[in-house]
Design a protein around this ligand. Structure first.
Ligand SMILES: [Zn+2]
Length: 121
């Protein structure tokens, strides 16, 4: 799937109500397209921890326009499965990062910072 609305149509097909009932949740999962437009944007929320984060943001259930309560986690699992084919862990995504020197190099400051202001002395 490529667009949040397609996920919302799928949710309405599975659980009733209208696609608009589910659009905010699916928009949230794909909001990372704002800063990276290819599939790698999914590393931010398309994993087990992202599904639990969605539950914290949207609550345990979403009530659709038919008055039916749908577990948020179930909708998150649907979104991630439709995009990734399975539910990866956050570690699955992070373990694909190739090390760069800046990621682990400590920088030695030439001028110490003051404790009170953080400004250089
Ligand atoms: Zn997505």
């Amino acid at each position: 799937m490529s667009h949040p609305y397609q996920h919302a149509i799928s949710s309405a097909h599975r659980h009733g109500g209208k696609p608009e009932d589910y659009l905010a949740l699916h928009d949230w999962f794909d909001a990372s397209k704002e800063f990276l437009t290819d599939f790698r944007h999914r590393a931010l929320r398309h994993h087990a921890q992202g599904i639990f984060e969605a539950e914290r943001v949207f609550g345990s259930t979403l009530t659709n326009s038919d008055g039916k309560k749908i577990p948020t986690r179930l909708l998150g699992e649907q979104h991630v499965r439709e995009d990734c084919g399975r539910i990866p862990s956050l570690a699955d995504w992070l373990s694909t990062i190739r090390a760069q020197r800046w990621m682990f190099s400590a920088v030695r400051l030439e001028t110490p910072l003051t404790a009170a202001t953080g400004a250089a002395e």
